[in-house]
Design a protein around this ligand. Structure first.
Ligand SMILES: *Cc1c(COP(=O)(O)O)cnc(C)c1O
Length: 360
């Protein structure tokens, strides 16, 4: 079984090329301005359209895993996800395009007909293995991965969500492209946090390069909207700690591979804030309050969002920027003093998951 956990295991030249390619993809995605109130609104950045089959942030997160897979053209990939996983969906679509095999280990035992997402996975050629929730919890244990390798033969392991340092490295392209936009505040939905870490590290790269050239960087603040309840117990890993950890690890990778000095301080220019309170009951929960917001927002602005991630982030953005128009949404737990007229909203994709909520 092949485990690749760091971009440093990949050839420097290929890594640079891939990041450059991803940056150009991010730059090329259209954004459109949405007026929420007179002279207040958001720029909706359509990263969901970056690729017709692997939507949004998964396109960026999976790029390095695919680069690593090129070294082992004969091996299948194996990864993990839930029954409506955007990650597995994107991975299966790319596997089909690249004529590679994918083993999709899906959480929960299953009976009866496949749901539309799983049916798509199968039609795209993935081999699906359903495992109990207990087994699924062992998805990161070497012992369990070895058991799977005995069953399936050798494979390239892509961790659940395609995250970690490999995933976050690709997401840096989003931060690099965002740094070129003339908007201070950026809104992003957060699951595992690897996209957020990548965006911050990408903003760091742009900032450090400017400082090293003697230019004044533009100020950026990333507003993170967690869709999963944050762990508060001291012994539990918190997504915010994970973001900090990956961001600093990436700084070391970028120093080594891109020659961007990690010691150049960016804290005056690149900041982030956690905007909690928009989980709407927790991961995958879609209470009536959120459903009402989503349908009214979508019909008013002709935008399509996904219930798990982008709808929750959009609820935060609307409350943030045009509070008086959205009194039914949760209150903002923290609000910085500056008056914000404009936000850059990252549409991270996930639209196939709407089917899990009976939305088309
Ligand atoms: C997976 C996903 C996210 C969360 O990304 P993380 O890197 O896990 O934080 C956000 N939005 C969409 C649409 C996703 O599919």
């Amino acid at each position: 079984m092949i485990n690749i956990s760091s971009p440093l295991e990949l050839p420097a030249l290929r890594l640079n090329d891939r990041l450059e390619h991803l940056l150009n993809q991010a730059r090329a995605q259209e954004s459109r301005f949405i007026d929420l109130a007179p002279s207040r609104g958001l720029e909706l950045w359509h990263l969901d359209k970056v690729c017709s089959y692997a939507s949004g942030n998964k396109f960026f997160k999976q790029a390095l895993y695919w680069l690593a897979a090129e070294t082992h053209p004969e091996l299948p990939l194996l990864s993990f996800g839930g029954a409506y996983s955007n990650h597995l969906y994107a991975l299966a679509a790319e596997a089909q395009r690249k004529k590679r095999n994918l083993i999709a280990v899906v959480r929960g035992l299953h009976e009866g007909p496949l749901n539309p997402c799983l049916r798509d996975l199968e039609n795209m050629g993935a081999s699906i293995q359903f495992v109990s929730r207990q087994d699924y919890r062992r998805k990161d244990d070497q012992d369990y991965l070895n058991e799977l390798a005995q069953q399936w033969g050798p494979f390239i392991h892509v961790p659940e969500g395609g995250g970690g340092l490999m995933g976050a490295f690709g997401a840096q392209a989003i931060g690099l492209a965002a740094a070129e936009k003339d908007i201070e505040n950026i809104v992003l939905a957060v699951g595992t946090g690897s996209t957020a870490a990548g965006v911050l590290a990408g903003l760091d790269i742009a900032c450090r390069r400017q400082l090293l050239q003697g230019c004044r960087p533009s100020f950026k603040r990333l507003l993170l909207v967690p869709v999963i309840k944050l762990q508060r117990q001291p012994d539990q890993k918190n997504v915010l700690d994970e973001i900090q950890y990956l961001r600093s690890q990436l700084a070391d990778v970028n120093a080594e591979r891109l020659g961007v000095d990690a010691n150049v301080e960016t804290s005056d220019w690149v900041q982030w804030e956690c905007c909690e309170g928009f989980q709407f009951g927790g991961y995958g929960k879609f209470p009536p309050q959120l459903a009402r917001f989503l349908s009214s927002f979508e019909s008013k602005f002709s935008v399509t969002l996904d219930p798990v991630y982008t709808a929750k982030a959009m609820a935060m953005a609307c409350r943030f920027i045009a509070e008086e128009h959205y009194p039914d949404l949760p209150e903002l737990s923290s609000r910085n003093s500056a008056q914000h007229q404009r936000l850059l909203f990252i549409h991270s994709g996930g639209l196939q998951g709407r089917r899990g909520f009976g939305l088309l």
